[in-house]
Design a protein around this ligand. Structure first.
Ligand code: XMP
Length: 523
């Protein structure tokens, strides 16, 4: 196994992720663990992460000295390289130019780490790597025993190696995807240099996670707010695997869920998996508080507040509950990271504002080191159906932000049916020339209810009914998005079906706005 020492870089978890991707188990620990911990850990190799500090400052993080005395390979990345240099007798200087972003590094292929790993060769015959850099300081004198492994104009010592002791260090970040050969480089380190086998996989992960959850909660009871979304569902399935009936899920139906969602959640969890789920139908309460409210922010606040209210009442009934489980995943942790110096001190992300504090429960977040695609793989390995695990994201306030203006139950009912038709047709239509359907080819797709009436004609009669807008976007990170170029035939079919099947809707329009300037949701 690989031990990752964290100096607080925002991308430390990416190192763990790359190591996991290469089939090797790894764990992240803060830099201030003891020498004894390091000696007893049993690592086959150690990776020192990047971090925000400067090695030159008076009091700055150092790797436990034992790391360099274990006799196992060590890879320093960015700050990890600088502290390695400083701790082994080299020198680091304050770089005059900050280097940030894409860079081309001349790689010396004579080291085991970089041998034959190259992106292109210059006319002079130099092997080059396309990498991502983010640093101010740089190593200017290598410790004794090291030789040069990589360089740029800005950073003459961009990589160094002491192959006798198997110490390697790079100034750039192999863990980010912008470093083209990053995965190859980390794979080389863990497999060939550290000698780890690719024998770690999702079932192993489940066993480890299950053991960790058991150790953490002991015989306490745990409650979890199940939303039907991917993250809370996978968290529920994992925790249930670990502690069975010590887990109680509270599923709050605010009346703003998708068609048959409540039924689906209950079937999957309560019936198929045997999870204890309290299903609260709070539609009347939510609708009551939303009556007459049209302002989008106000609506969001009310939905959030009522959710907490309902959840609190239900969880108070579970007398032995000491833990609140949440499906927080790594991008949530990063998103809500303050200026925490170490990765493990940054504050937790709350999907639902204020829950943990007001409940006085300890937080259990078994997915907080995983990325979305890993959570999905975990969900499948835990036996959740792929159709659920690969569902598009759905906002916490649900249809509340997709019914423009005042939310009414009759509007929600119309919208649910229109939305279900849209999704069904997306799933049933292949993208030409691929084996994906349009649901898979879009990142998020849904219908929006517009509370305006327009005139239409059906049969011999005049109609005067509501409008539904269809929205489908493609995006990597949901920060920016393109509207999806759905085929006209598909749009035509969806429009026909909605108008024919959903009495009350006589017009369907397609949203062709990008984000920015529009947002993905309409409110
Ligand atoms: P926007 O509309 O800001 O949405 O472009 C970006 C992504 O965030 C989702 N979203 C939410 N998710 N609670 C959530 O859990 C919310 O209040 C919320 N508002 C927007 C939205 O569906 C899209 O995926």
């Amino acid at each position: 196994k690989i031990l990752i020492i964290d100096f607080g870089s925002q991308v430390t978890q990416l190192i763990a992720r790359r190591v996991r991707d290469s089939g090797v188990f790894s764990e992240v620990y803060p830099y201030d663990v003891s020498d004894e911990f390091i000696r007893n850990y049993g690592a086959s190799g150690v990776i020192l992460s990047g971090g925000p500090n400067s090695v030159i400052d008076d009091e700055t993080p150092r790797a436990p000295q034992a790391v360099f005395e274990l006799g196992v390979p060590v890879l320093g990345i960015c700050y990890g390289m600088q502290t390695m240099a400083a701790q082994l007798g080299g020198q680091v200087e304050n770089g005059k130019v900050r280097e940030f972003g894409y860079a081309e590094v001349r790689a010396r292929g004579h080291t085991k780490l970089l041998q034959d790993i190259v992106d292109f060769t210059t006319t002079e015959g130099h092997g080059m790597l396309k990498v991502w850099m983010s640093h101010g300081d740089k190593v200017n004198v290598m410790p004794a025993g090291f030789k040069l492994m990589a360089s740029t104009d800005n950073c003459p010592i961009a990589g160094m190696a002491d192959e006798e002791r198997q110490f390697y260090a790079v100034q750039f970040h192999p863990e980010v995807t912008h470093t083209v050969q990053g995965a190859a480089l980390i794979g080389r380190f863990v497999h060939e240099i550290c000698g780890c086998k690719s024998d770690w996989n999702m079932p192993d992960y489940i066993n480890e996670a299950v053991a960790a959850i058991r150790a953490q909660v002991g015989s306490d009871d745990v409650i979890l707010g199940l939303s039907g979304g991917v993250d809370s569902s996978v968290a529920a399935a994992l925790i249930h695997r670990a502690i069975g009936d010590q887990l109680t899920c509270v599923f709050v139906d605010h009346g703003l869920l998708r068609l048959d969602e409540g039924k689906m959640v209950m079937e999957m969890f309560a019936e198929n998996l045997g999870v204890k789920v309290i299903h609260v139908d709070a539609t009347a309460q939510f609708m009551g508080h939303l009556a007459g409210v049209t302002d989008p922010e106000q609506k969001r606040k009310i939905i959030g507040r009522e959710f907490v209210e309902v959840f609190q009442v239900e969880s108070a009934k579970i007398k032995n509950a000491k833990w609140l489980a949440q499906g927080t995943i790594y991008p949530d942790v990063i998103e809500s990271a303050g200026k925490g110096k170490k990765g493990h001190t940054i504050k937790s992300h709350h999907n639902v504002g204020g829950l943990p504090e007001t409940l006085h429960l300890k937080l259990l977040e078994p997915l907080r080191e995983l990325f979305k695609d890993e959570v999905r793989k975990l969900g499948v390995a835990l036996g959740l159906p792929e159709s659920m695990v690969y569902r598009h994201p759905f906002p916490g306030p649900g249809l509340g932000v997709r019914i423009l203006g005042e939310v009414k139950k009759e509007f929600a009912d119309l919208l649910r049916r229109a939305d279900a038709i849209f999704i069904e047709e997306l799933r049933n239509t292949k993208v030409e020339g691929t084996d994906q359907n349009w649901y898979q080819a879009t990142s998020q797709a849904f219908a929006v209810f517009l509370p305006v009436k327009s005139v239409g004609v059906m049969g011999d009669g005049r109609t005067y009914e509501y409008v539904v807008a269809l929205r489908a976007v493609q995006t990597q990170d949901f920060m920016t998005a393109h509207w999806a170029h759905l085929p006209h035939e598909l749009l035509g079919k969806v429009s026909n079906r909605i108008i024919n099947e959903v009495r009350g809707i006589n017009r369907v329009v397609y949203d062709i706005s990008g984000k920015p300037p529009a947002t993905i949701e309409w409110e």
